[in-house]
Design a protein around this ligand. Structure first.
Ligand code: GAL
Length: 325
């Protein structure tokens, strides 16, 4: 047996599952137990050296009366430990059969030491259009439902999360009547305080990153689970003005069959990598929906998503590299 094979064999036999050495966009992504990660429409926060990934838990066989949000943790962004379903919620507001909890995002509020989760809360026909909030004392739950509301009185469906370099927390939400809102959260994060921008574009899957003095925002068109060409714009301030929206990838690839959910900036000792995180939805087999994570080409007002291929990241140095195939 070759030495490398022997090492792989030993790792598998000792730990039960092999370590992930790469991120393989669009492939099954095994967690520490070997199960495909269930964190769809997700978001990530970093607490000290640990990343927490929250998302929609859509595994097969869940009780249809509940909605579930899962939590995973990682120190290298490639290997994720399942920390459990941190939300297992029954219909909180009499929304009826088929009620919806989507796109959970967690913020850590320093003054109150609470973990505050925002999510899209809706009825089956998507007419309730609100954000819901649940809180916890620990990153890995459990989270208790607090309330729902329409941010600044507006319809809110897809939400996105952005925490600026100075720690200020923002929510992005899609409002079918007006467009793409970027709003600042109140000090305790339990409400929304102020509108930063209203971009008059119908955009879902909202994601923002602050990179070398510019804000870059990404959003997708409104085509439900079907992918479309996601677009980006830039601004010097979150208050705008925002540039024209441009394609982030060749439009015929429909964002390589994905929809944005977040951009994650990994700042290391040598470099900074901005990761495009997206979902490849499978509406008829949601448990098998995949993740497309790729380092972006970004800078000087330009942003581009290259053809997905396996890559790895070193979170200490911030460097990423593509795997020769
Ligand atoms: C997408 C949205 C998803 C989900 C889906 C339902 O556009 O991003 O979060 O709501 O529509 O059709």
């Amino acid at each position: 047996m070759k030495y490398s094979l022997l090492v792989a064999f030993l790792i598998v036999s000792l730990t039960g599952f092999a370590q992930n050495k790469v991120i393989n966009p669009g492939a099954v992504w095994p967690d520490d137990k070997g199960n495909h990660i269930q964190a769809h429409g997700g978001g990530i926060i970093k607490i000290k050296d640990t990343y927490y990934w929250y998302g929609e838990e859509r595994a097969k066989g869940l009780d249809p009366n509940y909605r579930y949000v899962s939590c995973y943790s990682s120190t290298d962004l490639m290997n994720w430990k399942f920390r459990g379903d941190v939300v297992k919620m029954s219909d909180p507001e009499n929304l009826g059969e088929g009620w919806i909890l989507e796109r959970p995002k967690v913020y850590y509020n320093k003054p109150t030491k609470k973990y505050v989760m925002y999510f899209h809360l809706d009825t089956k026909n998507y007419q309730y259009a609100r954000v819901g909030i649940a809180v916890s004392d620990k990153p890995d739950g459990n989270y208790t439902f607090v309330k729902s509301f329409r941010p600044l009185g507006h319809q809110s469906r897809d939400i996105g999360q952005f925490i600026d370099d100075d720690g200020t927390a923002y929510l992005v939400f899609e409002d079918r009547e007006l467009g793409f809102h970027i709003v600042k959260l109140a000090n305790d994060y339990l409400s929304v305080e102020k509108e930063m921008s209203l971009v008059r574009m119908p955009l879902e899957g909202g994601a923002i990153v602050h990179y070398k003095g510019l804000y870059y925002s990404i959003g997708s068109a409104l085509t439900g689970w079907d992918p479309n060409p996601n677009k980006y714009a830039t601004a010097k301030s979150l208050e705008g003005p925002w540039s024209e929206f441009k394609d982030i990838a060749p439009p015929d690839t429909k964002t390589y069959h994905s929809q944005s959910t977040m951009m994650l900036k990994v700042v290391g000792t040598k470099s900074t990598t901005v990761i495009f995180m997206a979902d490849q939805w499978k509406p008829d087999a949601q448990w098998d929906s995949r993740y497309l994570w790729m380092p972006l080409e970004i800078g000087d007002g330009k942003l581009w998503l290259n053809q997905p291929k396996p890559w790895s990241i070193d979170v200490k140095t911030g460097e990423h590299k593509f795997i020769k195939q």
